[in-house]
Design a protein around this ligand. Structure first.
Ligand SMILES: *Cc1c(COP(=O)(O)O)cnc(C)c1O
Length: 351
């Protein structure tokens, strides 16, 4: 511990992201990035913005981008919040909504950043075990709570919760905020954004990192009732007035305006996921039904940690978590057709 640190800094347990190795030859299927490039129109918008304008601050309220997102989802701009990656949007959400006397609830197997935010803001939380089939059982959330958060589809399982279940959860928890983290929703689910006008306690968080191939730019958003969004804006403006830079904002706008490209790569990834699920099943894996751009798979005859190490020796990187309940699973990001083929070839040798 450094003597100049504030009290408590030594007690933080920061999030550890999947590694970004420097070797270019690797087949990198460990961090759920999109295997395809961003839309050419996005690249063009970035080039246009990269000039004289950069000496000026960006729009503090990101009005133009919020209007575009609002139009895309049939909402009003004051129902939309944007930030520097959805991790930052989530951090503001935990600060603005979840510092409550009652505990926050989230699944035991879920995005591992949630307990980290609870740590930095001293939020009391309780984890609710997923069912044996790794699905979220909404009846298990009928407890006194100061908020609920879960990814949909869930990470790292890939399992989707139906919109009707989310609506039931909202009805049963009108006194607390329910946050749905839709980082992977474009790969097979229906966004809960359609429920926003009926549930003032619903916040939907999304990112452009996965389905829109923009992990490198850091663009996240939240959608919800005007009151919830106002809370987030208060926190943001007490922290950083300009989280969205000019280039990111223009790129995000261009991405939402190129619907054809978005639909094309989204569908390609869905098709590859279904093909990869079939191929893994033929190799003896059990694969959870996934609505995301990754699959979560276990092999009854081989330890996941060993498979992961052997894949790495052959230049294929996947994600393995050491948590007891999921330590026999591998999370495999859907790559290009060639990358998925390489993965399968190496797996065939191992198994
Ligand atoms: C990737 C991911 C995020 C973070 O996305 P960024 O916008 O890149 O910060 C948030 N939630 C979940 C569940 C994710 O998998």
């Amino acid at each position: 511990m450094n003597p100049y640190w504030s009290p408590g800094i030594d007690k933080l347990s920061p999030y550890v992201p999947g590694e970004q190795p420097k070797l270019a030859q690797l087949v990198k299927l460990n961090t759920n990035e999109n295997p395809y490039a961003p839309s050419p129109k996005v690249i063009e918008a970035i080039r246009e913005e990269a000039g004289e304008n950069l000496r000026r601050y960006p729009q503090a309220d990101s009005a133009e981008l919020r209007q575009v997102v609002a139009d895309y989802y049939g909402l009003q701009p004051d129902q939309v919040f944007v930030g520097n990656g959805s991790d930052e949007v989530l951090a503001h959400t935990f600060f603005a909504l979840f510092q409550q006397p009652k505990p926050l609830l989230f699944p035991d197997i879920s995005y591992s950043f949630y307990p980290v935010y609870c740590g930095i803001y001293n939020i009391d939380y309780r984890t609710i075990p997923l069912r044996d089939d790794f699905s979220i059982g909404i009846e298990d959330y009928q407890l006194e709570n100061g908020g609920i958060i879960f990814p949909n589809p869930n990470a790292p399982t890939g399992r989707l919760l139906a919109l009707s279940s989310i609506e039931q959860l909202l009805k049963a928890n009108r006194d607390s905020a329910v946050v749905v983290d839709e980082a992977y929703i474009d790969f097979g689910g229906q966004s809960a954004a359609s429920l926003i006008n009926r549930y003032p306690n619903l916040l939907v968080v999304q990112t452009l990192s996965k389905s829109r191939s923009l992990a490198g730019l850091r663009i996240g958003l939240a959608m919800g009732d005007v009151g919830l969004i106002e809370g987030l804006i208060r926190v943001k403006d007490s922290f950083n007035s300009y989280p969205m830079d000019r280039i990111g904002a223009k790129a995000a706008i261009a991405s939402f305006k190129d619907e054809d490209y978005f639909q094309q790569i989204r569908q390609q990834i869905i098709n590859s996921r279904d093909a990869l699920t079939d191929a893994l099943t033929k190799l003896g894996f059990q694969v959870l039904p996934s609505a995301a751009n990754f699959v979560f798979a276990t092999h009854p005859g081989h330890q996941a940690e060993t498979i992961s190490a052997k894949l790495r020796e052959q230049g294929v990187i996947v994600r393995h978590f050491k948590q007891p309940r999921i330590k026999e699973f591998l999370r495999i990001t859907i790559g290009t057709a060639e990358e998925n083929q390489r993965l399968l070839e190496v797996l065939q040798q191992i198994i």
